[in-house]
Design a protein around this ligand. Sequence first.
Ligand SMILES: Nc1ncnc2c1ncn2[C@@H]1O[C@H](COP(=O)(O)OP(=O)(O)OP(=O)(O)O)[C@@H](O)[C@H]1O
Ligand SMILES: Nc1nc2c(ncn2[C@@H]2O[C@H](COP(=O)(O)O)[C@@H](O)[C@H]2O)c(=O)[nH]1
Length: 201
Amino acid sequence: MLIVLSGPSGVGKGTVRKAIFDSNDNDFQYSVSMTTRKPRPGEVNGVDYYFVSKEEFEHHIQTGGMLEYAKYVDNYYGTPLKYVNETLDSGKDVFLEIEVNGAMQVRSKVPDGVFIFLTPPDLDELKHRLIHRGTDSMDVINKRIHKAFGEIQMMQNYDYAVVNDEVPRAVEKIKDIIRTERLRVPRVMPRYLEMLGDSEK
Ligand SMILES: Nc1ncnc2c1ncn2[C@@H]1O[C@H](COP(=O)(O)OP(=O)(O)OP(=O)(O)O)[C@@H](O)[C@H]1O
Ligand SMILES: Nc1nc2c(ncn2[C@@H]2O[C@H](COP(=O)(O)O)[C@@H](O)[C@H]2O)c(=O)[nH]1
């Protein structure tokens, strides 16, 4: 099963995802994204992201190495296809944390995925979280808030919407969604992605 968590920058996707992965009842794998953004203090290559040059990222696009990618506020972000394929083939579920344009690309390639939109209680709170995080300039924060207006309109294209008012509550809701989805009919996705990888070689 492919689980996709989206939502505007600063809503708390990373915080919620880390809490899910820190809990002892999780048994899916996080797909580390690739980006051309510069690392923030404390971010580790291969853990938070694969930090690459624009040329390297574009090479991956051209050689069919990305499941999806998007340009977001002046940088590329994307999901390397190989890890997703290998992990699904090994029988494990994969968890992606990505923005909305990439999520819609995944949705068209993998309709069987589970698409969850994490939403803030309101936009003032979103801005407060981005400022309080302290990782971006006001210029970048304003660009991210501007994008958030359009991103929130995309919520209707997801299977589930979860409000991140309190982290533990959002974590429990997402775990419930995953538990419920696991009870549904077996999914065909690993084979589907395998074919996709073959056709793009
Ligand atoms: N429920 C919450 N209540 C209050 N603050 C929160 C909540 N969830 C996350 N935060 C805080 O909001 C800030 C942004 O969270 P986080 O970095 O996880 O967002 P994100 O959606 O992953 O952002 P990005 O998409 O830019 O990576 C952090 O400072 C985090 O501690
Ligand atoms: N389409 C994709 N979007 C991604 C991916 N990895 C992260 N993201 C999203 O980008 C923005 C900005 O992230 P930041 O780390 O600079 O704050 C945010 O919405 C992320 O969720 C990806 O692989 N594909």
